[in-house]
Design a protein around this ligand. Structure first.
Ligand code: IMP
Ligand code: MG
Length: 192
């Protein structure tokens, strides 16, 4: 009944709930130091950024902010991203003159962030910075500026903590799991 992660291939936990919680607290503290007094517009990118975003903004307690959402979808099937990006939800307030912080779950090829950065820059924000939870550095195809990174991970398909599995499940896991095998071959590399 319904979709299942069974039969999805071998998987292993690469980041536990506790590791994520500690890193989010650290990032929250760095971001708080940066944004205190700037009244930023903080924008989790949907869908994948919703859980990281929810935890991160609460780790920035004491920073007055406004929260908006952008939604993007990267076309492609399975575990390899296409390059073709579509906006599925736009911010409801003007970003001109504002300090914008984008919160993203993962940078893979960089196409999604490059697209989002172009879109936001066209609205003339006072500043634009980006925090991502996961960075697959080795998978980058286009150059994008990322200001804060939670973890650098090997080029493996991952899910959990907001990120979904192609079957459409896994977003509500408290930890992050990697599929063994393709698309990359980075299974033996470490996480930093
Ligand atoms: P990019 O455009 O290739 O950088 O990919 C960015 C988007 O693809 C992310 O916002 C994710 O939604 C999705 N994505 C990339 N890699 C993964 C993954 O390993 N697991 C789940 N989603 C991923
Ligand atoms: Mg996704």
């Amino acid at each position: 009944m319904g979709s299942s992660l069974e039969g999805a291939g071998r998987m292993r936990v690469i980041l536990t709930q506790d590791q994520i919680r500690r890193r989010v607290a650290e990032l929250g503290s760095e971001l708080s130091d940066h944004y205190r007094g700037l009244n930023p517009v903080v924008i989790p990118l949907l869908k994948g950024g919703f859980i990281f975003g929810a935890d991160l903004v609460r780790a920035m307690a004491g920073v007055e902010m406004q929260i908006e959402f952008l939604g993007a979808q990267s076309y492609g099937s399975g575990v390899v991203s296409s390059g073709e990006v579509r906006l599925t939800l736009d911010a409801s307030m003007p970003l001109a003159g504002r300090h914008v912080l984008m919160i993203e779950d993962i940078v893979d090829s960089g196409n999604t962030l490059a697209y989002i950065h172009r879109l936001i820059r066209s609205r003339k924000p006072a500043s634009l910075r980006t925090v991502v939870l996961l960075d697959k550095t080795d998978a980058r195809k286009v150059e994008v500026e990322v200001d804060w990174v939670g973890f650098s991970i090997p080029d493996r398909f991952v899910y959990g903590y907001g990120l979904d599995h192609p079957g459409g499940v896994g977003r509500n896991l408290q930890h992050i799991v990697a599929l063994e095998g393709p698309p990359g071959d980075g299974g033996s590399e470490g996480i930093s």
